[in-house]
Write a protein that binds this ligand. Sequence first.
Ligand code: NAD
Length: 419
Amino acid sequence: MTDDLLSDATRRPQRAYEHAEISDELLHRLEQPSSSLKVSIPVRMDDGSLRVFPGYRVRFDDSRGPAKGGIRYHPDVDVREVTTLSYWMTFKTALLDLPFGGGKGGVRVDPRSLSTAELERLSRGYVSAVADALGPDIDIPAPDVATNELVMGWMADEYDKIVRGHVPAAFTGKPLALGGIPGRSSATSDGAFHVLRILRDRLLSGVETPTVAVQGFGNAGSQLAATLASDGYRVVAVSDSRAAVHDPDGLDVGKLVTHKQGTGSLEDPPVGEVIDAAELLALDVDVLVPAALEGAIHADNAGDLQARVVLEVANGPVTADADEILTEAGVEVVPDILANAGGVTVSWFEWIQGRSGDRWDAAAVEERLERRMVAETEHLTRVASGRDLPLVTAAYVIALERLSAAVDAQGTARTYSGG
Ligand code: NAD
């Protein structure tokens, strides 16, 4: 994690300022998070020893509604990373016009080094430490890297115990048995798929069978690779943190998913050739999908890219310097705050379900997700074409204007100037 991750992240909105109708008050509001909590989480390990893990929960902005954002378990998690992720969530929920602000959480831990029981104690300990900052009207966590519905189930249960009642809208990404919603685990890849489908004419006109490379064969990346492969795209390369696999004629993605589920990695793949991780990013493909972690495409490797389109499924996979290199080279970047917003959109449905006591079926989730992703993608293309802006800048213009409208409507400035 670089020290300047947050300042790097601010450069995309800064480029949009001059094209957006926004108030100065919004810019002041975006200078720092509304709340930033650092906690320590003591965990009794299976061998009887005690370890203490640092944890974080940041609420960046809640002008448009309660904060929303996942919880990440990773050895590199720190307050700057969590703050940056909560900053991006603020723009993502605004771009999708969801009634939420931006939040994020994390624990600095290598989850692979913990047993399942230790992971459960850590997850419950995290909730116990940050519970005062959470709640369905305040800040609603969800899964992120290395957290899943099992973890959300433990966390939701712990929260219910603390408040001595059932609050199903306090967490999203829960198991179905605890008030989860069908389709949450495929929501991010489904959303990315709809975005690419709507942008296909603009980005890939004349390409009959677009080729795709996916960096990050996890929850989002592997499901998107499978969906694209079954929709007439040719997935020629995929990678995880251990190996990259390539076949110019197209990979059998299903076999790789089974292999990854069985062995835990893409090492010794049943199909394709193993290539260097850096080679994957430089392949001559139509669509490159970074779906691992932030900062994957930076000033030192952006010049090597041969892709026509970069579909940002990870959060922040392209640094601000790389953005400029890609724009200069005519590469279209589809911004993360749209491309991976399917997850938070279905989380919104789960939150509504939890508050209303209703039950949504898979068909209702699919239909409403598609409707929302299509509408906001079409709106984005209209703004990008109408104001002659790249997709990334246009996305930030829309989000900034929605945030500004909320900040202005809260009326603080009018109250003071009127007095
Ligand atoms: P995940 O933990 O399921 O998968 C991450 C994958 O990336 C793993 O396969 C890992 O091995 C791989 N990886 C890590 N470092 C790598 C490297 N250097 N090169 C190649 N592969 C590498 O996580 P996920 O939920 O799929 O999330 C991936 C990204 O998408 C993150 O940036 C996350 O914030 C973002 N995202 C996820 C969701 C969601 O709902 N899952 C929603 C929005 C955004």
